[in-house]
Design a protein around this ligand. Structure first.
Ligand SMILES: C[S@@+](CC[C@H](N)C(=O)[O-])C[C@H]1O[C@@H](n2cnc3c(N)ncnc32)[C@H](O)[C@@H]1O
Length: 335
């Protein structure tokens, strides 16, 4: 079997060497083009282009096409790949005698956080399980791995819900990777997936992202820098004034497993003068692994999320309430 996964070698070498955002954007574009070519050449019936989302308790799972579009979120893609590579190296140091067991929950049709790295790894040293809830993503990724001649790296391809999945206990997980979130933890099931999977990690295992910090603040939402896949992330405009920024909570591997995650903020005061910052917003900063981070507005997942306008409030104080029950969402409670 030809190991076609080596065709990522020069690209991933450049990717791991990137030092500036400009370099990261260039390499992410090349990666996206390469995947589009690979998928359109080898996947029958364009299964990867399916646009059907899946609704589960805990969040919406993106369709294959939407998951593929995440590749066009350049800093996210490059930094998750870098962070995952760093985590694999760290796990190999920490567990020198063991085969590294890695679970990638929410792989989409291309598993882009791990497939480019295979050319730097050896199948006898790492065993990977891919999970996605969308059938067209699993059929596409399975076919892609076959085309790349990389089957020896993979334990399994699971068509299942990662909020419920149980990994075989005889293979303790050294690394879990999951990027299943939308801005401000809205809509998608990152938290519920973390609640289910993090307790299945080896005691010294590594979760990617290591930590996601959720902040609230008052902003002028329509003037804020905001990334989408049709914009150049390097040209989002100047930062605008914000007020009252505070960290509300962090999601790490120490998260409680059940019941479903809910949160109520401390009481927040409505500023006396809010003409320059009329909106209540939350945003996440993502610490992927060690020095790999996504700061506010650097990606789809660290964009600000507007909950409501302060003009809609009648009281002088409020609390923010978040729940992952059903579809994750925020509400304002006036107090
Ligand atoms: C934001 S996309 C990321 C795709 C790809 N990993 C990447 O980084 O480009 C999230 C993926 O997670 C999958 N997903 C979301 N919730 C899931 C769940 N509960 N169980 C399994 N897969 C899920 C979606 O179907 C989608 O393919």
């Amino acid at each position: 079997m030809t190991a076609n996964y080596h065709l990522f070698k020069s690209l991933v070498t450049s990717l791991l060497e990137t030092k500036t955002k400009e370099e990261e954007v260039v390499v992410a574009q090349s990666l996206s083009v390469l995947y589009e070519k690979l998928l359109s050449t080898h996947i029958p019936n364009k299964a990867y282009a399916n646009t059907q989302n899946t609704h589960i308790d805990g969040g919406i799972a993106l369709s294959s096409q939407d998951a593929l579009n995440c590749l066009k979120d350049p800093l996210r893609t490059v930094r998750f790949i870098k962070g995952t590579y760093q985590a694999i190296q760290k796990a190999m140091e920490q567990f020198p005698q063991e085969k590294i067991e890695l679970l990638y929950a929410g792989c989409g049709p291309a598993a882009p956080i791990i497939t480019p790295l295979l050319c730097l790894l050896q199948p006898k040293k790492i065993s990977i399980t891919l999970i996605d809830i969308n059938p067209t993503s699993i059929t596409s990724v399975k076919k892609l791995i076959q085309v790349l001649g990389a089957q020896d790296f993979f334990r399994n391809y699971e068509l299942t819900d990662a909020t419920l999945y149980q990994h075989p206990k005889e293979f303790p997980l050294h690394i879990i990777v999951s990027e299943t979130m939308d801005k401000g933890f809205s809509k998608e099931p990152q938290i519920r997936i973390t609640q289910n999977l993090a307790p299945q990690l080896h005691k010294k295992g590594l979760l990617i992202p290591e930590s996601i910090d959720l902040y609230a603040e008052h902003i002028f939402y329509s003037k804020e820098p905001y990334f989408d896949i049709y914009k150049n992330v390097l040209e989002l405009g100047e930062k605008t004034p914000v007020k009252d920024t505070q960290r509300l909570f962090s999601i790490t591997k120490g998260i409680y497993p059940s019941p479903e995650f809910t949160y109520l903020s401390p009481i927040i005061e409505v500023p006396q003068n809010f003409t320059e910052t009329p909106d209540i917003s939350v945003f996440a900063e993502v610490s992927i692994f060690e020095n790999q981070k996504l700061l506010k507005s650097e990606s789809l997942i660290s964009n600000p999320y507007c909950i409501t306008s302060l003009y809609n409030l009648t009281s002088k104080t409020y609390q923010l309430k978040y729940t992952t029950k059903g579809i994750p969402n925020w509400e304002v409670i006036e107090v």
